[in-house]
Design a protein around this ligand. Structure first.
Ligand code: ZN
Length: 129
């Protein structure tokens, strides 16, 4: 029972034209509807793909920044702890002034610590801009 694509009238089988509005039924009409459906489906797929790509791109940057910041912060903290130990720290309230000066000098000349700090700063500044 072919349904007219123009008016929705239910026509008897093997009717060449709609009994209500006269639009051609059958293969031509069906092919036209199929082509329209295919175009709509294709458009929907393209829009869906674009939305997914945009969402992925939007999600990737914060995830990358969060992971990178966490990594470089962890690395910096680890290196800092090691530097504090190797410089005879940590400095406490009972430490003498010269001990504090030595400690500060030792910490400020620790190349591993400087590198870790630079890496952390570079990453966090780069991801902010
Ligand atoms: Zn019709």
């Amino acid at each position: 029972m072919p349904i007219c694509t123009a008016c929705g009238e239910k026509n008897p089988d093997n009717t060449p034209r709609c009994i209500k509005c006269g639009v051609a039924l059958g293969h031509q009409a069906r092919a036209k509807v199929d082509a329209q459906r295919a175009t709509v489906a294709k458009t929907v797929r393209i829009i869906f793909t674009v939305i997914v790509v945009v969402l992925v791109l939007l999600a990737i940057k914060p995830a990358y920044e969060a992971a990178g910041t966490a990594y470089f912060r962890y690395r910096l903290n680890t290196v800092k702890e090691a530097a504090i130990k190797s410089c005879g720290g940590p400095i406490t309230e009972t430490s003498m002034g010269y001990q504090k000066d030595q400690f500060d000098k030792c910490m400020s000349t620790d190349e591993t610590l400087q590198t870790a700090q630079t890496n952390f700063d570079n990453f966090t500044h780069a991801s902010k801009s």
